[in-house]
Design a protein around this ligand. Structure first.
Ligand code: FDA
Length: 428
């Protein structure tokens, strides 16, 4: 018998062939993260026999580390505009069917205390483990089986014409327990890939979902790290990185695409390699790897006009003003790097423009090891927006981060995971 970790006892229909365990379900969900667990709960509540297969030794590892350990589980102000995708309309249906209010109801049903930190971002008062415990409890109530510590070997779909009736038209998942060499075959007419993106491999991220999509001939929008710190060029590292730890409010933007300017007014933080902080994480998702990023270091301020109201309009008053706007160390470095070229009107206008339009040309991002999410993924053209089922392969679904829908910072990625998981859970 398998040594798989199973919280809810053995499957209901085990069969044994040549030492292998064969078990049948209505739906198999690959990945016990936010999206997979939500899908499992909803399908289980509909009376489906559901199996969740998870590679890691426990469920929801990313939930546990999210939001600095407090899980920013949704955002009150979620709109489709908070998401990036090759098809900006795709997420609308799912986001409308399962809203932040729906998830809040679930959180409140379980008596989990939470608070709004800022900008509609909801966090647990205690710990992110409140959310995983809630999902686990809901799975148990919906009679969902979860198996952790497994390695998925192969996935295929039995051909309807095959003689082997048992797998005809069914998905067959061949699995091995990590602890021994015993194999199991699980079959189901519905298969849901909820294996997430490539961010943070050390807690279990794999390319499995993308590989599965390719295996079934589905298009992928190239994946890239998003919500990720940026690395300066060697020259800028030498110039700025000893300021690591200094932060200030900026409005970060990239040149507008399709006439839409994305700009984020939040903090920017110097790191040992470059820049990070909420404003930079946000804009990193829109950065194409080549264009310059603009940081307005004095957002909303008209410095030349402010200078006019001061007693003196000279080098000293300009320095004093820059030191009011930027942290001292950064201000001094800025003034060294971009000294005022005289005291003419032109010089002040140019110096102000420089502060409003600091042009940063990062060398690269810090990559998947530091990225909060993966942008790109399974092309939404391949999926039905209402159910997340693939058009080409009936019964095959993709949900959560593996899909080409990426949220901005602030609880939107979990909202997408809950919403897409919910929609698939109604359909499997
Ligand atoms: P998720 O990655 O959660 O789950 C996928 C599951 O599949 C994992 O359990 C994984 O082990 C499993 N898996 C992978 N390969 C497998 C295989 N081959 N076989 C079986 N199982 C496999 N978002 C937000 O809204 N608010 C926040 O506060 C944060 N904070 C945050 C912090 C950090 C450090 C990170 C890295 C990310 C965040 N996020 C976030 C993003 C958020 O965590 C993410 O978008 C969701 O977890 C995505 O949910 P999924 O279920 O799609 O993937």
């Amino acid at each position: 018998m398998s040594h798989f970790y199973s919280r809810y006892g053995p499957a209901r229909h085990p069969r044994y062939t040549k030492g292998r365990v064969n078990q049948e379900y209505d739906a198999i969900i690959l990945g016990a993260g936010a999206a997979g667990l939500m899908c499992a709960i909803e399908a289980g509540k509909r009376g489906r026999r559901v199996l969740v297969l998870e590679r890691a030794d426990r469920i929801g590892k990313k939930i546990l580390i999210s939001g600095g350990g407090r899980c920013n589980f949704t955002n009150l102000h979620t709109t489709p505009e908070n998401f990036l995708s090759s098809n900006p309309h795709f997420a609308k249906s799912a986001l409308a069917r399962y809203t932040p209010a729906d998830f809040i109801r679930l959180v409140e049903k379980h008596g989990i205390p939470y608070h709004e930190k800022k900008l509609g971002q909801l966090f647990c008062d205690r710990a992110a483990s409140d959310i995983t415990a809630m999902l686990e409890r809901e799975c148990r109530d919906a009679r969902v089986e979860i198996r952790c510590n497994i390695q998925i070997q192969t996935v295929h779909k039995g051909q309807a014409s095959q003689n082997d009736d048992s797998t005809s038209g069914q998905f067959v998942v061949q699995v091995q327990a990590k602890s021994d060499s015993e194999e199991s075959l699980y079959t189901a007419s519905r298969l849901v890939a909820a294996t997430g993106g490539l961010s943070i491999a050390k807690i279990g991220a794999t390319s499995f979902g993308y590989d599965l999509a390719r295996q079934f001939g589905l298009k992928i929008v190239p994946a890239r790290p998003a919500l990720v710190p940026l690395v300066f060029t060697e020259r800028d590292r030498r110039r700025w990185c000893d300021l690591a730890g200094a932060s200030c409010e900026v409005a970060a933007s990239v040149p507008p695409t399709k006439k839409k300017l994305q700009s984020f007014r939040e903090n920017m933080l110097f790191t040992h390699q470059g820049i990070s902080g909420p404003a930079i994480l946000q804009i990193s998702s829109y950065w194409d790897g080549k264009q310059a990023i603009h940081a307005d270091l004095a957002p909303g301020r008209d410095l030349v006009a402010e200078l006019r109201t001061r007693e003196h309009r000279d080098q000293a008053s300009w320095k004093a003003m820059v030191r009011e706007i930027l942290p001292r160390r950064f201000a001094d470095r800025w003034l060294e790097t971009y000294p005022l070229a005289g005291t003419s009107d032109r010089a002040f206008i140019d110096a102000e423009r420089q502060l409003h339009q600091w042009e940063i040309n990062p060398e690269k991002t810090e990559g998947y090891g530091k990225a909060e999410v993966t942008a790109g993924g399974v092309d939404t053209d391949e999926l039905a927006a209402k159910t997340m089922e693939t058009r080409k392969v009936p019964g095959l679904f993709f949900i959560g981060e593996v899909v080409d829908v990426t949220g901005q910072l602030g609880g939107f990625n979990f909202q997408w995971a809950w919403a897409s998981g919910f929609c698939a859970g109604q359909a499997v």
